[in-house]
Structures are given as C-alpha cells and as structure tokens.
Design a protein around this ligand. Structure first.
Ligand code: NCD
Length: 308
C-alpha cells in the first residue's frame, strides 16, 4: 500500500505516467467515468480549503466513486481530542482512500503510519502540498512540452508557502533548471529548502526582491499569496501583503511565452486585468488539478480502465 506525502514519494517516471494518464482522462473523461464505482474517498480537512477539497471530491465523483468527510477540525472528533492516528484508523474501516489536510506540519505523515488505506497529504502547515505540485507540473509540461531546461521564478511568500516548497523539491530532479526566488527579505525560503537546492550541484538559483528585474528572463512565473494564517502578528502581514502586484504593465516586461501560474486563492498579488492575458494559466491549472488527482486516485488504488 502506498501513500503520497511529498512529491519525492513518486519517481520521475511515475510522475510522467501520472501526467500521461491525467492528459488521457482530460481528453476522454467518459472512458474513466465508472472505474471507481463502489469506491469511497474520505476527505479529512482540519484546515480551511475550497479548491483542494472540492478538487479531490470532484475527482472521485467523476471516476464514479463517492466521497465523505469533514471540512474543518471543529466538526470532527479532533474537537473532542482525538488524535490523527485514531481518526485514520477509524476512517480506514469505512473508506478505500483518504486525503488529509492539516495545519500542523507532519500530521499526515503520522497518520500514514496508522492508516489501513492509501493516504494523500493534501497540505500540511507550511511544509508540503504534493498534489498541488502534480497540478503545477502537469500545467508546465502541457504548456512547455517539457519540465527540464527552464528558468522558473517563484514570487511572494516563499517562507510559508508550502506549494513552493513542494514544487522546488519536485523540480530539482529535472535537468538544467534555474530558479529565481523573488520575495521580501522577511519571506525568503526557509534554510532547509535552500540546503536541498544547494546539495544539487546541477541547479542554479538566485534570490531577488524586485519582480521587474526577474521578469524578462523567466519561462514560468509562479505567484503566491502571502500566507496570512501563518503570521505571528497582523502588523507584519499588513505590511507585506501587497508587496507584489503583477499587473498588465509588468507583464510587458516578460517574454511572450512566459506562463503565469498561481495555486490560488489569489488576493491582490495578480491584478484581475492579467486574467485575460493569454499567458495567465492559473484557471487552467485548477482544471488540471482535478485530472491529476483522478490519475493519482487510480494509481494508489491500482485501478486501470478496463481492469476493475
Ligand atoms: C494553496 C495551499 O493551500 O497551500 N492553495 C491550494 O491548495 N490551491 C495555496 C494557498 O493557500 O495560498
């Protein structure tokens, strides 16, 4: 039985296979509409989420399966003091597969040790968010036709943004990747991520504060929201929240084929006028997120179309 806790739980070949299956589902959803008939996905969300939870639920429903779960800790037995270890043991009696989001770093990893069913980390604190990474990789691959040989800018809250941490980890395994990290001083990448990058001598990176300076050289710009819920005080948040705003003027500095990604939700960091720019790919990214989760559910349940 397999779990997905970080993107590194999958080999590069498995990632490629997953993206191929996701593209196949996207092209011919009908073929997959009943492959999970009779299967149940549990969504255990201890932290607010709209798109990730709905994306998991939509993924299972489009495969013919069903879902159950909770959307915040206060409506689960966690409010009574139950541990994630016990919760997952109980859920393993009802469901075939589960996705867990938790505000505490590492909580899904603890749960996985006690789980009787495949468990997917749907985001743990400021740590990792592997299914968002699958979504991001699929979107980059389908636009660029490759995941190697490119310059990727990541902008915003690089300190608390778990989607950034996961995506860096995954991209470190591809050839000829250059990173440009764009953040205010206070929101730079944590040391453990910098160490991971430094230990890979094939990858180049630089850290900047000005987005304008980075834009001309990027193939991909990954924008992020300042993670208000992980700040220790509101004043710091208010000071930093509008540090970057990508607008039509700034987009003029970028190349014609640079794509803009964002895990969403967006606050002010991408002005709505950018939405109509053909390089804005963040809504397509959301669509891809559902297809790649469908492919992941099939992989972890070892189901193939025609083999049920
Ligand atoms: C991200 C997350 O939860 O980390 N959202 C998502 O899953 N699409 C990004 C964010 O909340 O800023």
């Amino acid at each position: 039985m397999r779990h997905l806790m970080t993107p590194l739980d999958l080999t590069v070949e498995e990632l490629d296979d997953l993206m191929d299956v996701a593209e196949d589902i996207k092209a011919d959803p009908q073929r997959y509409a009943h492959v999970c008939d009779g299967k149940l996905l549990a969504t255990l969300f201890y932290e607010p989420s709209t798109r990730t939870r709905l994306s998991f639920e939509a993924a299972m429903l489009h495969l013919g399966g069903k879902t159950l779960g909770f959307a915040d800790a206060s409506s689960s037995s966690a409010a009574k003091g139950e541990s994630v270890a016990d919760t997952i043991r109980v859920v393993s009696c009802f469901a075939d597969i589960a996705a867990m989001r938790h505000f505490k770093e590492g909580a899904p990893m603890v749960a996985a040790q006690f789980s009787g069913i495949p468990l997917i980390n749907a985001g743990d604190g400021g740590h990792q968010h592997p299914t968002q990474t699958l979504t991001d990789l699929m979107t980059i691959r389908s636009d660029k036709g490759r995941l190697s040989d490119m310059t990727i800018g990541m902008c915003g809250d690089l300190k608390f943004g778990r989607t950034v941490h996961s995506l860096i980890r995954a991209l470190l395994r591809y050839e000829n990747i250059r990173f440009v990290f764009i953040s205010p001083e206070e929101l730079k990448l944590p040391d453990y991520i910098i160490e991971e990058i430094r230990s890979n001598d094939k990858v180049e990176y630089k850290e900047l504060t000005k987005l304008e300076q980075a834009l001309p050289e990027l193939d991909v710009l990954y924008m992020t929201r300042v993670q208000r819920e992980r700040f220790f005080n509101e004043e710091d948040y208010v000071r930093l929240k509008d540090f970057y705003i990508l607008d039509a003027n700034k987009m003029e500095l970028a190349s014609d084929d640079m794509i803009v990604l964002h895990p969403l939700p967006r606050v002010n960091e991408i002005s709505v006028e950018v939405d109509k720019d053909k390089r804005a790919r963040y809504f397509e990214q959301v669509r891809n997120g559902m297809y790649i989760r469908m492919a992941l559910i099939l992989m972890l349940l070892d189901i193939k179309p025609g083999k049920q």
